[in-house]
Design a protein around this ligand. Structure first.
Ligand code: UDP
Ligand code: XDX
Length: 394
């Protein structure tokens, strides 16, 4: 394995004119811990993988249009052939009501419904829950999280995320970054996507955790981490999961065990502004919970602190209406504080969740049992259980 400074890097983001706006710590991190996805292909990382197992996890709610192509690209190029680097592909079906599960299975993934994994735990909704549950079901020493709504996915997303982690055992977690054109045909360099990142997450991190200001895409759904480290942090149940993981992993392992890798360009489905408003509320809640000194994982405290979000909408020619979004999301406790399943969970369709022997509950206080996430788990993604009932305008 190499020390971090010896493995290939992309030239850090040119800081022309901005250098002194970043702390020396962040400037140093940008230089040391920013990698180029293009530097890593299966041939190069296969020898680095050794006996480590790699699991790819895709949380998917109503992604039938894209999940098949993504899974097939991974299954066809990275699980077999001369340089196999992926040992399993798990799609967590997050309350889809389209053909996501069937399409994913046909393309070569194992599919487990979110509530079929550890059914002894309260039912849950939301992207963060899907990721949290996946860690009960996968066997990988390294887990790669990928969004399932990406339109131009390439296996390079996976090898790019794996490369730095496999080349440097000092790294614990790597996030992807990319150009995010708003329009589907947008070429590299076009911006417009990542509205919650630019309007909420980046300003919030700048204010509350400036050490993380070097992350180009702090909310990127494409990330990879060592499973044993991921099992030591809580997971925010909804869309707060990415910023929650970033803040908790930074607190747990420190900045220099985190990294980012340039994956090029990413086109994905864009939600409407109202849905992003609910997402933004969850991102803020997860960040403030962590930074405001509440101990992560105290779902009860977090749960009671967030009021539903009231939005206002009016269709042409109609009366203005109130739209109430239940954005309260709990933190799911770290895996190493979740008691083992009371008895072997009934096998989920085509997959029997793996339940690692978690460490005994921490001596301090047993993490509160995960609580169901009320309302739209995915901040009203429009692709699953919708937001709280709309009440007509006053
Ligand atoms: O309750 C949810 C909401 C989203 N997702 C998945 O999480 C990923 C990112 O969600 P989305 O595309 O809604 O977020 P965006 O990319 O628009 O920010 C996608 O694979 C979704 O299918 C999920 O599994 N459960
Ligand atoms: O980056 C963002 O602003 C949001 C929304 O992106 P768009 O404005 O729809 O391109 O998307 C990210 O944030 C979500 C919440 O953390 C993640 O779940 C998504 O994976 C990520 O794409």
């Amino acid at each position: 394995m190499h020390a971090g400074s010896e493995i290939p890097h992309t030239p850090a983001v040119p800081l022309v004119g901005a250098a002194d706006a970043l702390t020396p710590r962040v400037r140093g991190w940008l230089g040391r811990r920013t990698y180029a996805g293009a530097d890593w292909d299966a041939a190069r990382i296969r020898p680095l993988k050794g006996d480590l197992r790699v699991s790819v996890v895709l949380p998917a709610r109503n992604e039938a249009a894209t999940i098949g192509g993504i899974v097939a690209a991974i299954a066809d190029t990275l699980t077999g052939g001369p340089h196999p680097v992926v040992d399993e592909i798990l799609v967590v079906d997050s309350h889809s009501d389209d053909a996501t599960a069937a399409v994913a299975r046909a393309a070569g993934a194992v599919v487990a419904h979110q509530d079929a994994i550890r059914p002894d735990l309260p039912p849950s909704l939301g992207k963060g829950d899907a990721l949290w549950k996946s860690l009960f079901a996968v066997t990988g020493d390294i887990v790669v999280f990928l969004d399932a709504d990406v339109r131009d996915f390439t296996p390079g997303y996976v090898t790019g995320l794996l490369g730095p982690l496999l080349a440097d055992t000092g790294l614990a977690y790597v996030k992807g970054f990319y150009d995010r054109p708003a329009d589907p045909a947008g070429a590299a360099g076009r911006a417009g996507g990542g509205r919650v990142t630019e309007l909420v997450a980046r300003p919030l991190l700048n204010l509350l955790a400036p050490d993380l200001a070097g992350f180009v895409q702090p909310l990127a759904g494409e990330a990879a981490g060592r499973a044993d480290v991921l099992r030591r942090v809580p997971f925010a149940a909804g869309y707060g999961v990415e910023i929650g993981l970033l803040l908790d992993l930074y607190a747990l392992v420190g900045l220099d065990r985190l990294a980012q890798v340039d994956l090029g360009v990413r086109h994905h489905r864009h939600q409407d502004l109202a849905d992003l408003g609910a997402m933004a509320a969850q991102v803020q809640a997860a960040a403030l919970r962590r930074v405001a000194g509440r101990r992560p994982g105290r779902a009860d405290a977090a749960h009671e602190q967030v009021r539903p979000l009231v939005q206002y909408e009016r269709a042409a020619g109609e009366q203005r209406r109130v739209r109430v979004r239940d954005i309260r999301v709990a933190d799911r406790p770290p895996h190493d504080r979740v008691p083992p399943a009371p008895d072997p969970a009934p096998p989920a369709p085509d997959h029997v969740p793996r339940d690692p022997d978690p460490a005994p509950p921490a001596a301090t206080d047993a993490a509160p049992a995960p609580r169901p996430v009320p309302g739209p788990g995915g901040a009203g993604t429009g692709r699953g259980p919708g937001p709280a009932p709309v009440r007509s305008g006053a």
